[in-house]
Design a protein around this ligand. Structure first.
Ligand SMILES: [Zn+2]
Length: 308
């Protein structure tokens, strides 16, 4: 308690700074001459950083290690959105960000939802009441877990950065080409790694892997539905238990940013194991990145599904 007031006193001038800077947000709004980018959560932050390189300053609206679905924004963050040269977000995923973008006028906006065709969310395991609590509508937001869908976002970010900073055109194009190639290579690695598997059904606590399952011909069974904080009903747990027995499922996956309690209890009851499948919504480990997490996910899936 004794430290808090002093820290607040130190932080206050910093928090006020972006408000001052928004007054001169022209071609390059960041104070060091780079393009000032606000990304709404990690995978989009990663794309903006990789494409923009040292010509951009990228900040994320979701703190590192935080769960992005129900992020709340401070007034300072909202004013940073307003003053940003570029906002990169995914409409329909984070209600607070949707509201902030609608209420402000950032110079440029990339909405990743316009770069890919989002699939409908699977709602068959939810009651009407659970469904009504959703904040992200009827579309499944988790497209970034299918790497083949990422290059179109990369291209959109590169094209928009080029509008903002034409001198960076060559750098953005080269960075975008290299990044898109990495996503395409990862897609090929996934396809090969998940081709020959004894089991094609996997159980996850948070139903974030529908795009991945679609792409590589797997079946996702979610315990808690598409919202990671939702509590599964007893009926849902019983249905999952039946699937686990019928499909010879060996592993129940949980994720790093949400409590594994439900997954662990269920796995204990069934005498099977748990493992981490990371939805790449935020970085729990600051040394990780999109590709290292995706590679670890592939290894975990290959192990659980007995792939050769
Ligand atoms: Zn999610």
């Amino acid at each position: 308690m004794s430290i808090a007031p002093r820290r607040l006193a130190l932080l206050a001038p910093l928090a006020a700074l972006p408000l001052v800077l928004t007054g001169c947000a022209s071609a390059s709004g960041a104070d060091d001459g780079t393009v000032d980018v606000m990304a709404s959560f990690y995978p989009l932050q990663f794309v903006a950083e990789q494409v923009g390189g040292d010509r951009v300053t990228v900040r994320s609206l979701t703190p590192p290690g935080a769960e992005p679905h129900d992020v709340e924004l401070s007034p300072a963050q909202v004013s940073r959105i307003d003053g940003a040269d570029l906002v990169v977000y995914l409409s329909g995923f984070q209600a607070a960000v949707d509201d902030a973008v609608a209420q402000t006028s950032p110079a440029h906006v990339v909405d990743a939802a316009s770069d890919t065709t989002l699939r409908p969310a699977d709602h068959e395991d939810e009651s009407e009441e659970e469904h009504a609590e959703h904040e992200h509508g009827d579309l499944d937001p988790h497209f970034w877990l299918d790497p083949s869908r990422m290059p179109s976002v990369v291209e959109d970010v590169a094209a928009t950065l080029t509008e903002i900073d034409p001198d960076g055109a060559e750098a953005f194009a080269a960075n975008a080409a290299a990044l898109s190639q990495r996503f395409e290579d990862l897609d090929a690695t996934y396809a090969a790694g998940l081709q020959q598997c004894d089991v094609r059904t996997f159980v996850t606590s948070h139903e974030a892997f529908g795009y991945l399952a679609d792409r590589y011909d797997l079946e996702q069974v979610g315990i808690s539905g598409i919202d990671p904080e939702a509590e599964p009903s007893p009926a849902r747990l019983a249905a999952v238990e039946t699937i686990v027995r019928d499909e010879d499922v060996s592993t129940i996956f949980f994720e790093s940013l949400v409590s594994p309690k439900v997954a662990e209890t269920l796995a204990d009851d069934l005498g099977i194991t748990t493992a981490v499948l990371d939805p790449v919504e935020g970085l729990a480990d600051p040394d990780a990145d999109y590709f290292s997490i995706a590679t670890a996910n592939l290894e975990a899936l290959r192990m659980a599904l007995s792939c050769s």
